[in-house]
Each structure stands twice: as structure tokens, then as C-alpha cells.
Design a protein around this ligand. Structure first.
Ligand code: PHE
Length: 341
């Protein structure tokens, strides 16, 4: 019995400091102190077989070893707990002096920024948004807009035809017809959208965005158009910007005009942006041609209207000093990032 006890002591002393988790220490503890099968507990149980007169002394020795073992395990367990905690704290430590990882924020594309700004300006003047479709029929894109089959105006815009009679719209003006067919005056709509022309150079892209405006009511005159253009130009290009109308030609407006704004870069003195003229062309407009009103069942004797159409990329290029339209479509994040707010 004595030998067994010292064997147990040796075994415990030898291994107790080799554990680094309370879980493994607990498993080791069970070998000796498990209530049923622990080596010490078994010795206790064997006490009944020890001769009666030796029993108290043996019992005492077993108890001593048990007490010793219990407190040694307890103490070691405390140490291991401390170490475990230290390890955990070290692994979760945060170095507050370390520079933060920079996150990249997205932003709106300059074309979207300008489109949103234009929509806001016209919405504040009471225009409603109408979105037409990118695939149109020849009728809506040309014929109803007073541009018959053999009209030379069709050559003004090189068209992508899909199949006979169907095409990718070359102008948001097609939306004018849809609106005037469906609703009666007063009409005041803004129609933004993509348009397509077989045209490709530094200032033209086969796909670009337009913004069409249409106002039809009793007594609408060129003065209304000019007044609205003044307000619009000042909001988009800055206070003090003036507008100028030059005679032009579009089959669906009569009279037709090109609209220039005084150069917001040099104030009209003449610079690189305005090519020394002091003026910058920004959009096409005019009074709705009476034939177009008639095509939509609106009486031109009773109603008149004006329409305008502008290229969104062109406005964005002017506003941000972009000289090649391609940069707007290349998706280069270094370019786009400059516009993030
Ligand atoms: N649709 C014309 C174009 O694409 C612009 C325009 C719209 C002109 C409305 C007059 C009235 O060039």
C-alpha cells in the first residue's frame, strides 16, 4: 500500500507541470481522483481488506496523499487558468496605434451626376419624367416627327436599323410622340435616356444620353422657351450665364434654334473652351412643328409648344472640362474617383 501511494505521488509530480490547458489537466486528475475509478479512490475502497489494526494508519496515509493531490491539482489549475487568460488577452490585443486600413468608397459616375442634376433642375420647374424605350419604330423616331422617308433630315443622323421599320432610337424626341398620343395639354415632360447613332470621334460616341423636354399648352411662345433656358443655364453653369438663340433646322420644330450659353469659363471674353467666340453651343430647341401636333391629334390652332433636346455627356464634358467623350465610357476608376464626393 505504501508503495502504491508513493508510486501515485511520483506519477503526479512527474507529469503535473506538462499540461497547458485546464481540460487536459482535468483528464489527468481523473486518473487519480475520479470518484469511481480514480487510483486514490480505489485505494480508499480497498481499505476494508486491510487488517483492522492497520486500517487507521493506512487510511491516514491515503487521506494525506489525497489532500496533497487535491490541493496540488487546484493550484496547478489556477496557474493554467491564468496562463490561458494571458494567452487569450495577447491574441485579442488591438494595436490602437496601427494605421487604419483605407476603405475605397464608391461614387456616382460624372454622367449620372449631371443627369441627376438636370433632372432636379427641371423637376423643380414642374417637369414630369417620361422614359421611352431604346428600341423604336421608324414612325416614332422619324415619320411622326415630320421626317418623311425621303426627307434629307434622315441623313443628319446615321441610324442603326434592327429590322425593317425597327431601329435603335437616334433621339429622345421619339418620346414626344408617345406622350402627345397618350395625354392632352397641358403637357410638361422631361425624357432622359440613351440614344444611338453610328458616329464615333473625340466628341461623339455611338451610344450617348439625351434629355428631351416638351411643353405644350395654350399660348406657349418662344419667350417661354427663352425664359426657361435662362433659368436652366444659370442653375447648371452658374449665375450670370446668358443664353443666345441662333436659327437652325429640325424637321419637328418650327422655328428651330441652336442654344448657346455665354462661356462660363472666360465670362464671354473668348478662351480655349469657347474657341475664342465667347459662346458655347449646348442644345437644340424650337417651337413644336404644327404637323407634329396634328400627327398626335392636338389642334395646332388651339395649342402651341416648345421642345428641346440636349446631350448629357456634352454637358458633363463642358462642366468638368473633359475633352474626350471616351473617358466617360472607359470605366477607369482613377477617372471616376475624381468625382466622388
Ligand atoms: N432631337 C434633336 C437632336 O437629337 C434635338 C432637339 C430636340 C431639337 C427637341 C429640337 C427639339 O439633335
Amino acid at each position: 500500500m505504501k508503495e502504491q501511494l508513493s508510486e501515485i505521488r511520483r506519477e503526479i509530480e512527474e507529469k503535473i507541470h506538462t499540461f497547458d490547458s485546464s481540460r487536459s489537466l482535468y483528464e489527468f486528475r481523473k486518473i487519480f481522483l475520479d470518484n469511481k475509478e480514480g487510483k486514490i479512490s480505489l485505494l480508499m475502497k480497498g481499505l476494508k481488506d486491510v487488517p483492522k489494526e492497520e486500517r487507521p494508519a493506512v487510511g491516514k496515509s491515503i487521506n494525506e496523499v489525497k489532500e496533497w493531490a487535491l490541493s496540488l491539482f487546484e493550484e496547478t489549475d489556477r496557474e493554467i487558468h491564468k496562463l490561458e487568460l494571458e494567452r487569450k488577452i495577447a491574441s485579442e490585443a488591438v494595436d490602437v496605434t496601427e494605421p487604419a486600413v483605407k476603405t475605397r468608397r464608391g461614387g456616382l459616375h460624372p454622367n449620372t451626376l449631371v443627369q441627376n442634376e438636370l433632372i432636379d433642375i427641371f423637376a423643380s420647374m414642374g417637369f414630369e419624367i417620361f422614359e421611352g424605350s431604346e428600341i423604336e419604330t421608324d414612325y416614332y423616331n422619324f415619320t411622326a416627327l415630320n421626317t418623311p422617308e425621303d426627307h434629307p433630315a434622315r441623313d443628319m443622323q446615321d441610324t442603326f436599323y434592327l429590322s425593317p421599320g425597327f431601329l435603335l432610337r437616334t433621339q429622345t424626341s421619339a418620346g414626344q410622340i408617345h406622350v402627345m398620343e397618350k395625354s392632352r395639354p397641358p403637357i410638361k415632360i422631361l425624357s432622359p435616356g440613351k440614344v444611338f447613332r453610328s458616329d464615333d470621334d473625340a466628341t461623339h460616341s455611338p451610344m450617348f444620353s439625351q434629355m428631351e423636354g416638351l411643353v405644350v399648352d395654350r399660348g406657349i411662345s418662344v419667350c417661354d422657351l427663352q425664359g426657361m433656358l435662362d433659368l436652366f443655364s444659370q442653375k447648371i453653369f452658374g449665375q450670370g450665364v446668358k443664353t443666345r438663340l441662333r436659327p437652325s433646322y429640325f424637321p419637328f420644330t418650327e422655328p428651330s434654334v441652336e442654344v448657346d450659353v455665354s462661356c462660363f469659363e472666360c465670362g464671354g471674353k473668348g478662351c480655349k473652351l469657347c474657341k475664342g467666340t465667347g459662346w458655347i453651343e449646348v442644345l437644340g430647341a424650337g417651337m413644336v412643328n404644327r404637323h407634329v401636333l396634328e400627327n398626335c391629334g392636338i389642334d395646332p390652332e388651339e395649342y402651341t409648344g416648345f421642345a428641346f433636346g440636349m446631350g448629357v455627356e456634352r454637358i458633363a464634358m463642358l462642366k468638368y472640362g473633359i475633352n474626350n467623350i471616351k473617358t466617360l465610357f472607359e470605366s477607369d476608376t482613377r477617372f471616376a474617383e475624381q468625382f466622388a464626393d
